[in-house]
Design a binder for this molecule. Structure first.
Ligand code: C5P
Length: 230
């Protein structure tokens, strides 16, 4: 049977840190909603895989209208999200399990709010899958780090830590199994879901400092700058 790979883009968050009356993934980036750039760039990374975009129920009609307005033509499937990021991913995985038309190969999960994803980083992550349960991009820290304690805070050795980005890519059968466990609030990414299910053989690939997650006001201008440098 033919092998099918999937790219899940999670875009069902409310983006409360960004402010404004619209979640950040729909705010203007280079003259159109940010999410369009993210989908387009992931399609450039791998044009063969099925793209699944997870949206909150109240944004699905609006997104369809935006797609018409901007004549956005990249084929994608819309799945309705859940209350947390992990619940949104789970809904997309349920869709894959229901609709697979070939043996699932790998599943990539990417935050909608990271539009500066490059084919070079994507390929490094796919290559990193070989011999591992999954692969994810991670960056060394440049700031000093302190751990907050009840009595104050304490300096920690930053060389022991990495900040983790997306896309995170996993063998489909393993990821599907990991998402069968009850979801917990501390699952902020998919590697943490995998690890809790016992799939700890994860390959850390060098992340890209330009692969930022648009989170705070001002990040959009930075993302535009980084895109202009590609
Ligand atoms: O909140 P945070 O920035 O960590 O969210 C990461 C990604 O997960 C965002 O792209 C956001 O839209 C998505 N998300 C989601 N469903 C939720 C919460 C977040 O798809 N319920």
């Amino acid at each position: 049977m033919q092998r099918m790979n999937y790219q899940i883009i999670v875009a069902a968050g409310s983006g409360s840190r960004y402010g404004g009356n619209m979640p950040k993934q729909f705010c203007d980036l280079n003259g159109r909603p940010l999410l369009m750039t993210t989908i387009e760039r992931l399609h450039k990374c791998d044009s063969e895989s099925e793209i699944i975009v997870v949206l909150s129920l109240d944004m699905t009609d609006e997104w369809r209208q935006m797609s018409d307005e901007y004549s956005f033509a990249i084929k994608h499937t819309i799945v309705v999200g859940g209350a947390t990021r992990a619940a949104s991913v789970k809904n997309a995985i349920d869709h894959i399990e229901r609709s697979t038309c070939g043996t699932p190969g790998w599943i990539s999960i990417h935050d909608a709010a990271r539009p500066v994803i490059t084919p070079k980083l994507f390929k490094a992550i796919v290559d990193g899958l070989d011999g591992y349960d999954g692969a994810l991009p991670a960056c060394k820290l440049s700031d000093s780090i302190r751990r907050i304690e009840t009595t104050g805070s304490v300096a920690v050795d930053r060389s022991l830590y990495r900040s983790v980005q997306t896309p995170q890519i996993f063998h489909a059968d393993i990821l599907i199994d990991a998402y069968r466990q009850p979801l917990r609030p501390e699952f902020t990414d998919d590697a943490s879901v995998m690890e809790a299910a016992g799939y700890t053989n994860l390959c850390l690939v060098d992340g890209d400092p330009h692969n930022i997650k648009v989170t705070n006001p001002g990040d959009m201008a930075v993302a535009e700058l980084y895109l202009s440098l590609l």
